[in-house]
Design a protein around this ligand. Structure first.
Ligand code: ATP
Ligand code: MG
Length: 442
């Protein structure tokens, strides 16, 4: 039954997307392209449903009236084949969007050789691991489409928001010579005859870039060799990084508040249908997010029966408990200096506390940020305190000799943010081709 030789597309070009085939077009000609999602025969009439990136359109073939060649093509048609259809639009109440196409010619461009092991349009779906094996097909599922349309809308809105506030989009190297923050979570690679690393963050470069440009942002990949497999860590994610001169952490926290409100509004404007499909209802966040200090967090946890010693990082278990008490967006600020990176500025009045914050949604960390150290002397001291060698950072430290101003910024994990905005439990659902310790393909 499988056509061996596909039809040529020839000079056919799409005149309409599925959604544009509406009853107002009655009597007009249209050429549509897409994938067959169902073929059904009823009383001498064959109904084809075709999917394209915008939706579905019905193609109706009356077997007694259709051109011979169309009937011939029907024999070869299988679900998932990609086809082109040219014909006359007829209004039809029962069809999607109130119209159908009666075909004059069908071109079968590529016959599906196999059917996916699960139905894309309804029914039970297998685990994410099975689906990732044929991810490009899996992403044709309406819910996956909704997730990635929302991701696209969020990326667009982030750019709109930052550019309208005069931040410049920059690109920093992803192949780097030294670890940004020390730490072991780096991927080494062979760079000609030297060892290099994939960048775990654009931190040092974005700080340097505030010298020429003052307000910068980057949306780009970061790489982390995470040890454990969790539902909120991947080895490669997209980070939204912002850095700004002549401001402090309080200012960039305000910027995050405004950014999130802007994103939620943009989603309500552009992605109503997608949010409905995902059953995601976001309330526009209040104008100021709750903000607790690290000390407050310890007190809350103590009440929840969980003791964290001052100076310890908040474990996954601690964050879960905290998320139970604070389920929405909030900040945790004023962390112990010893557990934050060397470039975070200690408070002038109390050196063991630093001007750092984490931006949270329930138990999930979405962003980390802070005021940065702008004094070279202090930066060198902080590097040594954290067991790092200032010599390795010479290329960076050098910049600080030329009038490095106070500055602040943050790194926001786009994938984590998308988990929250689309209501997904597993970060793999919001990444097109997720990478983790056990997955390097597709
Ligand atoms: P966590 O403690 O949750 O592992 P982190 O504190 O190590 O995160 P940062 O270095 O602060 O992460 O990076 C800034 C942001 O980048 C995080 O708040 C998070 O949103 C995102 N991020 C970092 N590493 C990962 C990862 N492996 N997978 C997904 N997102 C990540
Ligand atoms: Mg962090």
């Amino acid at each position: 039954m499988i056509a061996t030789k596909p039809d040529e597309m020839g000079d056919w070009r799409r005149t309409h997307y599925s959604l544009e085939i509406v009853s107002k077009m009655e009597g007009k000609k249209a050429t549509v392209f897409g994938w067959v999602s169902s073929v059904r025969e009823q009383g001498g009439i064959v109904f084809l449903i075709i999917n394209d990136k915008k939706g579905t359109v019905q193609i109706t073939v009356h077997k007694d009236k259709a051109p011979k060649l169309v009937l011939e093509k029907l024999k070869y048609l299988r679900e998932h084949s990609s086809i082109g259809v040219r014909g006359m639009v007829k209004s039809m109440n029962k069809a999607p969007h109130g119209a159908e196409i009666v075909p004059e010619e069908i071109r079968v461009l590529s016959t599906a050789l196999r059917q996916p092991p699960f139905s894309l349009f309804g029914g039970r779906i297998p685990s994410i691991d099975k689906r990732l094996d044929i991810r490009a097909i899996d992403m044709r599922r309406p819910k996956a489409q909704a997730i990635f349309k929302m991701r696209h809308a969020v990326l667009t809105a982030i750019r709109e928001f930052l550019i309208s506030r005069d931040y410049m989009e920059v690109s920093t190297p992803k192949i780097i010579a030294t670890a940004t923050e020390g730490g072991a979570a780096l991927f080494p690679l062979l760079y000609y005859d030297k060892e290099a690393f994939l960048a775990q963050s654009p931190q040092l470069y974005k700080e340097q870039l505030i010298m020429p440009f003052e307000k910068v942002f980057e949306i780009g990949p970061i790489f982390r060799a995470e040890e454990s497999r969790t539902v909120r860590h991947l080895s490669e994610v997209v980070s939204v990084d912002v850095e700004e001169a002549f401001v402090s952490y309080e200012d960039v926290m305000k910027l995050i508040e405004q950014l999130i409100r802007h994103l939620v509004q943009a989603l309500y404007e552009k992605c109503k249908e997608e949010m409905k499909l995902l059953e995601r209802r976001l309330t526009t966040p209040s104008s100021t997010f709750e903000c607790i200090t690290y000390d407050d967090a310890l007190k809350i946890l103590d009440k929840e029966g969980l003791t964290v010693n001052w100076g310890e990082d908040l474990s996954t278990q601690a964050l879960k408990a905290l998320g139970g008490v604070m389920p929405k967006f909030y900040f945790i600020k004023d962390w112990p200096t010893s557990i934050k990176p060397f470039y975070i500025k200690p408070r002038d009045d109390k050196q063991d506390i630093c001007e750092a914050f984490d931006f949270m949604y329930g138990s999930i960390e979405l962003a980390s940020g802070g005021s940065r150290v702008s004094s070279k002397r202090l930066l060198m001291r902080r590097l040594k305190e954290q067991g790092l060698k200032p010599k390795l950072f010479e290329y960076h430290l050098r910049t600080f000799d030329y009038g490095m101003p106070p500055h602040a910024g943050f790194g926001l994990g786009l994938d984590r943010l998308m988990m929250v905005l689309t209501g997904q439990e597993n970060i793999r659902e919001v990444a097109m081709f997720p990478r983790d310790q056990f997955r390097l393909t597709p």
